[in-house]
Design a protein around this ligand. Structure first.
Ligand code: THU
Length: 162
């Protein structure tokens, strides 16, 4: 018997000003696009902006539904849009932010939900290159991860079906 460990590194920044200009632009866009979310049920407005290898950016927001499970997260909205608008173009970064209209905190990094982690990992596997993830609220700390795989240890992939 052996005890194994899964560890990963991420970078923590005290605020957006510590990021590269390109990452600052992407995170600012993610913060702003939260205004376009459709979140009348949770009042939790999420924005995701993708930067593609060809220099284009694609935005997404959460889209809720009166039938709650039908709603879709901002990350998956953005990923589907990017893949539809620019098929075959690799994604290098996705920035995610939120605006909590429930009176709660807005200054802590957001972390993608389990379904979104699975989805981002699928896109990484498809394009054979990692997708960086920038996570932040409307202000305050920013976390950057170098790959979605770090968010999903023991994730199920196509390889498991070989
Ligand atoms: N949500 C996202 O869009 N992305 C996340 O990473 C976490 C949660 C949405 C789903 C739902 O519309 C609302 O936030 C509250 O869960």
């Amino acid at each position: 018997m052996t005890t194994q460990q899964f560890t990963f590194e991420y970078t923590s920044f005290s605020d957006i000003s510590e990021l590269t200009p390109a990452d600052q632009q992407l995170l600012s866009a993610a913060r702003k696009v939260t205004e376009q979310a459709y979140a009348p049920y949770s009042n939790f407005f999420v924005g995701a902006v993708i930067h593609l290898e060809n220099g284009e950016t694609v935005k997404g927001t959460n889209q809720e539904n009166a039938s709650f499970p039908v709603g879709i997260c901002a990350e998956r909205t953005a990923l589907s849009a990017a893949s539809s608008l620019y098929p075959g173009v690799a994604i290098d970064t996705i920035a995610v932010s939120y605006n909590n209209h429930n009176g709660g905190k807005n200054d802590a990094p957001i972390s993608p939900c389990g379904i979104c982690r699975q989805t981002i990992t699928e896109y990484e596997n498809r394009q054979h290159s990692p997708i960086r993830i920038i996570m932040s609220g409307q202000s305050g700390k920013v976390y950057i991860l170098q790959t979605a795989k770090h968010l999903l240890p023991f994730g199920f992939t196509a390889e498991d079906m070989e």
